[in-house]
Design a protein around this ligand. Structure first.
Ligand code: SAM
Length: 381
């Protein structure tokens, strides 16, 4: 037997000591650093469409992971806290539509892990838990999320397989799909993309299409959670932006990537959250850092190269959306997925504030996916 195989065989034994976790790293991390540097090197654009930190990099690394965990608990940032707090209840509304029997769970972007715990707990109570495969671009987030997700549950360590990988790249999804199929064979999988993560991507529909196309087989399901809006005017867009603006912990989180990747002296007053109406499909929120010093600054990037940051130039730090019902329906049609279950919470509304809510959708693929990938399961055989 090859030495590498022998080492892999010993992993379940090593994992009996709870201090260890195994992570499969699916891509070169140095390549990721080049990607983040390229985003920060883009030309000046005072309108917020130039320099940027794309989704994934906002959460990458220890500082951002810790800052995200704090933001999720911020009383002034109710969006995430409420979405985590109400998840178990909302899950129950769609869970009877999940495939029967043992179910494997692949969580795309588990974050702090509480929602994964709710789903795993639901399966555990019925004795249906299969493999748990959390997938995240951030190794630190994986470790934190995994600990929270498995707390007080009886999932054997050998049935947990964290994967560090950027799931927005088609080649990575091909590799992930092959890995998952090797591990589970023909048994059904439920994938999840929760916490409005889809809304962080410029091409959200394209990403959903790709995830469905590359991952979903007819027997699999996909749990998608997104933020929703009933209103679609300027006032609603401003209110959506304010949700982020009001939270000191969110501001710390969103600037933590800037602190990691540049030598900028961060002034939190230079941060703005802009709310825009995106056609009839969504409200769009852009969190932007603007140079307000009156002069050109020089940014040093991770590769030690420098780039000018002129007065009024911007770095887009975060993107989010709240979808209209019509926008969401159209996205599902475009991504060629159909609903197997859904629950919508409209959220609280006040006389001067629009209603923002959360939609939890259980999706299935529209077309037959390629057949199972044969080959040994590296964690069982
Ligand atoms: C908004 S948080 C959602 C966390 C959790 N699902 C929840 O609902 O509470 C986004 C999560 O996705 C991960 N993520 C974002 N972009 C990613 C990418 N391109 N590839 C892999 N993980 C990504 C982040 O690290 C983070 O864990």
């Amino acid at each position: 037997m090859a030495e590498r195989d022998q080492a892999v065989q010993r992993i379940p034994e090593i994992l009996r000591d709870t201090g260890w976790t195994v992570v499969l790293v699916g891509e070169e991390q140095s390549g990721k650093l080049a990607q983040v540097t390229a985003g920060l090197r883009r030309g000046p654009d005072p309108s917020g469409s130039g320099k940027l930190i794309t989704s994934g990099f906002s959460y990458w690394g220890l500082e951002s992971t810790v800052a995200w965990a704090h933001a999720c608990n911020d009383l002034y940032y109710p969006v995430m806290r409420e979405s985590i707090g109400s998840f178990s209840r909302r899950l129950r509304a769609v869970a009877d539509r999940l495939p029967a029997g043992p179910l494997h769970y692949v969580s795309l972007g588990p974050g702090t892990g509480q929602k994964d715990q709710a789903l795993l707990r639901y399966l555990d109570r019925q004795g249906r838990t299969g493999y748990y495969i959390p997938v995240d671009v951030s190794a630190e987030m994986l470790r934190l999320g995994q600990r929270e997700a498995l707390e007080h549950l009886h999932v054997p360590p050998a049935d947990v397989l964290p994967v560090q990988l950027d799931f927005s790249l088609p080649a990575n999804l091909d590799r992930l799909s092959t890995l998952v199929r090797r591990v589970v064979g023909d048994e059904p999988v439920v994938y999840s993309l929760l916490g409005n993560t889809l809304a962080n991507f410029d091409s959200d529909t394209q990403l959903l299409t790709l995830l469905a196309e590359k991952l979903l087989r007819p027997q699999d399901r996909f749990l998608l959670e997104v933020a929703s809006t009933a209103g679609q005017d300027e006032q609603a867009a401003r209110a959506a932006a304010q949700e982020y603006e009001n939270s000191p912990r969110f501001r710390e989180f969103v600037t933590s990537a800037l602190m990691q990747y540049t030598d900028l002296q961060i002034d939190l007053n230079s941060l703005t959250c802009e709310g825009l109406v995106e056609d009839d499909r969504a409200l769009l929120v852009r969190v932007v850092y603007r140079n307000r010093t009156g002069g050109t600054l020089e940014l040093t990037l991770p590769d030690r190269s420098t780039v000018p940051f002129p007065d009024q130039d911007t770095i887009r730090l975060y993107l989010s959306r709240k979808y209209t019902r019509e926008g969401l329906e159209k996205m599902l049609v475009d991504a060629r997925v159909t609903k197997a279950g859904e629950t919508h919470e409209v959220g609280h509304t006040a006389f001067d504030r629009p209603a923002f809510g959360l939609a939890l959708l259980l999706l299935q693929g529209g077309e037959a996916a390629p057949g199972p990938v044969t080959g040994p399961n590296p964690f069982r055989d």
